[in-house]
Design a protein around this ligand. Sequence first.
Ligand code: ARG
Length: 261
Amino acid sequence: MCPPEHFTVEYVINPWMDTSTPVDVELALKQWERLRETLVDLGHTVHVLPPRAGLPDMVFAANGGFVVDGTVYGARFKYPQRAAEAAAHREFYEAQGWTYVAPSEVNEGEGDFAYLPDAYGGTILAGYGFRTEPAAHAQAQDVLGRPAVSLRLVDPRFYHLDTALAALDDRTVTYFPGAFSPASQRVLRQLFPDAVLADEADALAFGLNLVGDGRHVVLNDEASGMAARVAAAGYVPVPVELSELKKGGGSVKCCVAELRH
Ligand code: ARG
């Protein structure tokens, strides 16, 4: 995770961002700290990446890479405003001893990649349409040695895979079908007949932008419908307030890059 010390909305690269909306950095930091404490209280280890001035979206740490079995497939950002974040993540991973593979294809890390270790022996789900290039899906598969299933995103409000789909545990996904092309919806139905389906209201409340650890589901507190759905599916919803970061077009999952040994 990376604290939102330099968080602002000074450019527009997704439909949620509006440069005329003021951002309360103090509140953003407070909310971010509560999220960090929540994950620690649930028993997780959180490493903190030092924020850099001039990179207002660095708080969205999920976009800095994609880690499977100790190997990091690095990020290469679509927009120049975020390009320099990739090197900061690379330094972190290399300093911590992870195997880092630099990408040649545009991809925004866990923003567009999800991993399900127990689905079909280990499956990568990969989004495209707005940010990550399909060529990066093939590259992730080559680097990580797991099948990558490409899913086409069609709604600009849900521009990253992690705004429309999440892993609840090692084999179960939840997603909003309307964010995907008809063919990708069919692929998802075929692979995950037992998925927890969400609706547009859940997705608009950033309810899919969640972090699940197999038991707990940490999610935006505005997503009360989604909290009810995951509770009905047997998980424990843990709501957190992240109203400030929503102004950048992100929520819980965007703030968390998961480290998989
Ligand atoms: N403003 C950032 C962007 O548009 C938000 C990124 C949100 N992160 C995510 N994993 N969905 O790139």
